[in-house]
Ligand binder design. Structure first.
Ligand code: 5GP
Ligand code: ZN
Length: 138
């Protein structure tokens, strides 16, 4: 994928500050960090997002997240950690090569996860859950 910045980074044709590499997954520092220590975990295989990634590839990415998170916590002395993934523009995806964000969080860092939440009606939850269960069985 010549026009994919993450493929270029993975191929070492574009610069990045790597923190981890194995046969299937790399991790590097986000160039526009939302918080100090913001990292991206990326499979070598170019797939668009959560809708396309194979379960074993996603599992390999998750395994790196589990390994990297405590190291990142210790180095940054973060108070917490978000694991974040965006699929499609409506969700905020900008780079269309599947990745997960590891976002160290600091007490009072002011970063707000968007959400104007309201308690859902039981019938609404039941209707949606029923439809999803049926879709999974299809
Ligand atoms: P998305 O919104 O697609 O989930 O996140 C893409 C992330 O990639 C953003 O946090 C953005 O800062 C980061 N990013 C975009 N271009 C580059 C780049 O060239 N190098 C690095 N290291 N990160 C990038
Ligand atoms: Zn790519």
């Amino acid at each position: 994928m010549d026009d994919c910045i993450f493929c270029q980074i993975i191929a070492h044709k574009a610069p990045a500050e790597f923190v981890y590499e194995d046969d299937h997954v790399v991790a590097f520092m986000d160039i526009y960090p939302a918080t100090r220590g913001h990292c991206l975990i990326v499979p070598r295989q170019h797939v668009r997002n959560l809708y396309d990634v194979a379960p074993d590839v996603a599992a390999a990415v998750m395994a790196v997240a589990v390994r990297l998170a405590p190291a990142l916590r210790d180095v940054t002395r973060a108070d917490g950690m978000n694991l974040w993934q965006s699929s499609e523009s409506a969700a905020g995806q900008v780079v269309f090569h599947f990745h997960m964000h590891l976002l160290p969080r600091y007490a009072g860092d002011g970063l707000h996860v968007p959400g104007n939440r309201r308690r859902a009606a039981p019938a609404e939850l039941n209707g949606l859950a029923t439809d999803v269960r049926q879709r999974l069985m299809a």
